[in-house]
Design a protein around this ligand. Structure first.
Ligand SMILES: NC(=O)C1=CN([C@@H]2O[C@H](COP(=O)(O)OP(=O)(O)OC[C@H]3O[C@@H](n4cnc5c(N)ncnc54)[C@H](OP(=O)(O)O)[C@@H]3O)[C@@H](O)[C@H]2O)C=CC1
Ligand SMILES: O=C(OP(=O)(O)O)[C@H](O)COP(=O)(O)O
Length: 340
């Protein structure tokens, strides 16, 4: 069993903890928080030993009825692999601790590529992550781009990618972020970080991305255009999407034309937390013009798509499963996940 610690039990960390504990070859040995909260209480209820960043706060946790197993430093020592899901920029400060105890660590997309020296996506570069000490799972939007670009590139070849990300302003549980009433160019400069980030995973493509933030919480929406090296048909593109274990088709005829309706669908399907681990490509939007110009919309559930990638990253670093398809299958099956 791979012993996994989740340092930072928030939006991503709590989902990673649940996904890891569902795997046959992994177990959660601890999760961490900085302050007492309902999430910390739920960690107790789920049976995850709860460690805290500043042990002097133990009394405050206990006063809130939350059991504390020890300090984050103690947790790290018990783990084979640490998933660092602390807020972007905080994870960087934890590297010294992982190095001190010689532990493997996976950071999330809020950290820079250089921190780990390797950026990960299961479908694109799993094999290169096998046995590594440090990896960074790319951000939710970058993950969504990598999945489909890789699939299309392998089949038709890709000359260039142009994509615009319409990003959610805050996660549903957030109360501090906006905007409330604006379309914010984020960044106002071009390109956004997503294109350069894709290049850390798929190094040899021409990609330019632009991004903005809008007042919504459910999901991001991508408008993607790719110029292909070889002619494609809509039928073949749809076949590739249907065969991909991490990409789902929002099917024609279901009446779904928004992120709100996809989330409602996931909720009705009984998915935990209404999570969409897959990229959601709108079938009706898939268009091929002039034989080599591919267009589509895809929605990305920011809280969920990186979770399954993180589980694969743990398995790759642990080193026993070297085949990406096998890991993806193991991860998906343990979660009872087949794309919509
Ligand atoms: N949310 C999203 O849409 C996505 C986020 N990411 C990336 O995932 C990472 C985590 O983001 P997210 O889950 O949203 O962040 P959250 O703020 O939701 O969760 C972060 C957690 O880390 C804990 N934490 C903070 N500081 C420390 C510390 N020093 N030691 C231990 N735990 C700490 C916080 O605990 P407490 O509350 O007790 O302070 C909190 O539970 C970031 O890199 C982000 O960029 C990637 C894809 C999507
Ligand atoms: O990784 C994400 O977005 P990104 O791919 O646009 O960087 C997540 O939605 C986190 O974004 P946030 O930094 O606004 O919390």
């Amino acid at each position: 069993m791979i012993k996994v610690a989740v340092n930072g039990y928030g939006t991503i960390g709590k989902r990673v903890a649940d996904a890891v504990s569902a795997q046959k070859d992994m177990e959660i040995i601890g999760v961490s928080k900085t302050r007492p909260s309902s999430e910390a209480l739920v960690a107790n209820k789920r049976g995850y030993p709860l460690y805290i960043a500043d042990i002097s706060k133990k009394q405050a946790f206990e006063a809130a009825g939350i059991k504390v197993a020890g300090s984050v430093e103690e947790m790290i020592q018990k783990a084979d692999v640490v998933v660092d899901a602390t807020p972007g920029g905080v994870g960087e400060k934890n590297k010294a601790l992982y190095e001190k105890y010689g532990k493997k660590a996976a950071w999330e997309g809020g950290e820079k590529h250089e921190l780990a020296g390797f950026s990960f996506n299961s479908s694109c570069n799993y094999k290169e992550a096998v046995g590594r000490q440090f990896v960074r799972v790319v951000s939710c939007n970058t993950t969504g781009l990598c999945r489909i670009i890789n699939e299309i590139k392998n089949e038709f070849g890709v000359n260039k990618v142009r994509a615009t990300m319409v990003r959610r302003g805050s996660d549903p549980g957030g109360i501090k972020k906006g905007p409330v009433d604006a379309v914010v160019l984020n960044p106002v400069t071009i390109p956004s970080h997503h294109g350069p980030d894709v290049l850390t995973v798929i190094p040899d493509i021409d990609i330019v991305t632009t991004a903005m933030i809008v007042p919504t919480t459910f999901m991001h929406m991508h408008v993607v255009q790719m110029d292909l090296k070889n002619p494609a048909t809509v039928e073949r593109v749809l076949e590739l999407i249907e065969a991909n274990p991490r990409i789902g088709l929002v099917r024609e005829g279901l009446g779904i034309t928004s992120t709100a309706e996809i989330k409602e669908y996931a909720s009705d399907l009984g998915r935990p937390r209404a999570d969409l681990w897959e990229s959601c490509i709108f079938e009706e939007s898939v268009s091929v013009l002039n034989e080599t110009e591919l267009y589509f919309f895809q929605a990305i559930h920011q809280e969920a798509d990186v979770v399954v990638e993180t589980v694969d990253a743990i398995r790759a670093m642990a080193g026993e499963v070297v085949d990406p398809a096998e890991s993806i299958k193991m991860t998906n099956e343990a979660l009872g996940f087949t794309p919509i």
